[in-house]
Design a protein around this ligand. Structure first.
Ligand code: SF4
Ligand code: SF4
Length: 220
């Protein structure tokens, strides 16, 4: 009997993930179907025109299409709908990394960085230590309060500390003006945080990334 609230929370979590998974699948399928119909119409029209005008034969067009397909396979561009995965060499240090005294700040920041989103690497996914969002493969999983599934809600510490993703090990909020309006004075950028990192009670199609585009070149 005492396990019921825990069971109910686990079921809620499962239902939410299944809902997100369905949303992802249906959105990806309908987007792809629309694009395929649009492209088919265009391509068949173009082929007919080329053959009619004697500019190419059906065989020449077919050979060319196969060559392009091979090229796309080699570049990994045929993976499918909206999957995100991080490519990272864990041995490459971030040259601009600034260590942060998290223990002294956590009572203020409430480890808000654990609300930021990121994609996992293939080894992190395969290790099974870190959960990914079924509604957005392979991004880290978040809960309705907006925080990462693995964050301990009482201590704000990481529940998978020894196995935490490389991006968590290498993230520093020292130069992240989204988090601190004044890092040295420990003043949070509450305007941005309230606006962008509120509760995550409904599935979102995009989330705020831990590493910003301008930082990507420094992540190794
Ligand atoms: S990295 Fe920054 S935001 Fe995250 S827990 Fe440490 S001080 Fe807080
Ligand atoms: S894995 Fe750990 S450190 Fe990384 S976002 Fe989740 S709780 Fe935070």
């Amino acid at each position: 009997m005492t396990d019921q609230p825990q069971d109910s929370a686990a079921l809620d979590q499962l239902e939410r993930q299944v809902e997100r998974g369905q949303l992802f699948t249906h959105t990806a399928l309908s987007n792809n179907a629309e694009r395929i119909i649009e492209m088919e119409t265009f391509v068949y029209g173009l082929i007919d025109l080329l053959v009619e005008k004697g500019l190419a034969t059906a065989e020449e067009i077919s050979d060319k299409a196969q060559a392009v397909h091979q090229e796309m396979v080699q570049k990994g561009e045929t993976l499918g709908p909206g999957i995100v995965m991080r490519l990272e060499n864990p041995d490459t240090p971030r040259e601009d990394f600034v260590p942060v005294n998290c223990a002294e700040r956590i009572h203020i920041c409430q480890a808000i960085c654990c609300k930021l989103s990121f994609a996992l690497t293939a080894p992190e996914i395969e290790s099974g230590h870190v959960k990914w969002d079924l509604g957005r493969p392979y991004a880290i999983r978040h809960e309705p309060d907006g925080y990462c599934t693995h964050q301990n809600r009482e201590t704000r510490g990481c529940g998978v500390y020894d196995h935490r993703p490389g991006i968590c090990r290498r993230y520093s909020c020292a130069n992240d003006e989204r988090i601190w309006s004044n890092f040295d004075a420990m003043e949070l950028n509450t305007a941005w945080i309230n606006d962008q990192l509120g509760a995550d009670d409904r599935p979102k199609l995009a989330r705020i990334a831990m590493i910003r585009l301008e930082d990507i070149t420094n992540t190794g």
